[in-house]
Design a protein around this ligand. Structure first.
Ligand code: IMP
Length: 180
């Protein structure tokens, strides 16, 4: 973790350690435990970025939960395209259900705004959003997640599910780009 990493010729320095992520994820799971009612929620992970956060978080839940995923795309390199594509799985129904929406990061806010709209249109009874990282300074459309792991400055990060053009998702810690 103490060493910088290089991906596609760009340098990233250590930012949030695997241990910090692990401790914060356990704390978030305990907070969610208290927020969940009697209903069995669907833990809906947003692919690809939330793969590791989703899998660690659901294992820390003490309540019964169903697990589902969907895929969104909006980023190319370090830039958001401004348009969100949602691939909705054929076998996923959220009608009348409590959905725990699990995402890696909120940046412009467009993805979570688009997903919230889609979930409401498909009849979700309750939506609780939880993001590992929040970059409030990058917001273009207003969005406030219900639960946040870490608030971070507006700089590109990789690792623990987050990628730079396909690389870096498998790193256990989070790294921040070195500008320049
Ligand atoms: P938003 O729609 O702009 O809020 O961005 C959400 C998506 O953009 C996330 O699910 C990530 O896939 C991607 N993203 C935003 N910021 C970063 C970053 O710093 N590193 C890697 N991916 C990011």
């Amino acid at each position: 973790m103490s060493q910088p990493v290089e991906l596609h010729g760009r340098l990233f320095h250590p930012f949030i350690s695997a241990q910090q992520i692990n401790e914060r994820t356990s704390a978030l799971a305990r907070e969610l435990d208290e927020a969940i009612g009697l209903e069995t929620p669907i833990a809906l992970g947003v692919l690809n970025g939330a793969i590791l956060f989703h899998s660690d978080l659901i294992r820390a839940f003490t309540f019964d939960v169903e697990v589902a995923y969907l895929r969104t795309r909006s980023y190319s390199g370090m830039k958001s395209s401004g348009k969100v594509d949602i691939e909705w799985p054929d076998d996923l129904s959220v009608n009348g259900r409590h959905v725990i929406l699990i995402e890696d990061i909120v940046d412009s806010g467009r993805t979570l705004v688009a997903l919230t709209k889609e979930l409401k249109e498909r009849g979700a009874a309750r939506i609780t959003s939880i993001v590992l990282l929040d970059k409030p300074a990058a917001r273009i459309v207003p969005y406030k997640p219900d639960f946040v792991g870490f608030e971070i400055p507006n700089a590109f990060v990789i690792g623990y599910g987050l990628d730079f053009d396909g690389l870096g998702r498998n790193l256990s810690s989070i790294y921040q780009v070195v500008e320049g």
